[in-house]
Design a protein around this ligand. Sequence first.
Ligand code: GLU
Length: 261
Amino acid sequence: MFNFNARIVVKVGTSTLAYSNGKTNLRHMEELVRVLADLHNSGVQVALVSSGAIGVGIGKLGLAVRPGDTPGRQAASAVGQCELMFIYDKMFGEYGHTVGQLLITKNDVDDAERRDNLVNAFEKLFAYGAIPIINENDSVAVDEIVYGDNDNLSAQVARLIGADMLIILTDRDGLYDADPALHPAAKRIPVVEEITEDIVRLAGGAGSQLGTGGMTTKIQAARLAGEAGICTAVINGSRPRDIYHVLEGQDVGTIFKAVKK
Ligand code: GLU
């Protein structure tokens, strides 16, 4: 059984939160919120790094494709972020939980003073019993100050708050020993003891239409978290209840072990 005093970061990607047309996947969101609300009830401190601002904004604005220009993405994220938080607030509210939104840019983590402020805000939210929901501040983030993907951002958050584990939800069952789209016999890798060059190579390829990422950024995130002694699980976001199974130590997804000190 898992440690009820644990602090975890859960990262959810656009491919889990939205259909490919940008409309919100309420089924996934409902299941995810229920699991996180229940974990919070059990005493686990949860921070949720949620993508989807741009993807959901595209859906809400009725755009045919992801905007190719920065202002277009800024505008889409401004719309989509509102919508996302509205839904999270409503869904977590149904279970009696309070959420707080933190929109972060790379500067907020790189600059020591801003980082301290950020950590203080996190700690106060936890002390108040609220659930922090984090995204990159896409409506103001321009090229020089972006992470660009929430996988790396989620690893930074895990480090900032000293999480016990980072759990990344994605649209596949974990890391495979070959691309399952091309090789039907490809096998899931249950545990990665060390992120070697071979592992990095396996992760090649891009993400979905609406989001960014893909496996490469998940490996980067696992490395970043692992260096800080935090292990990372990559699991399928279509089954949010697998978060329980990961915490119970069952064989699900791919677990990237933390670097041994
Ligand atoms: N921050 C972006 C969004 O909310 C997503 C970045 C990512 O897909 O990792 O739309």
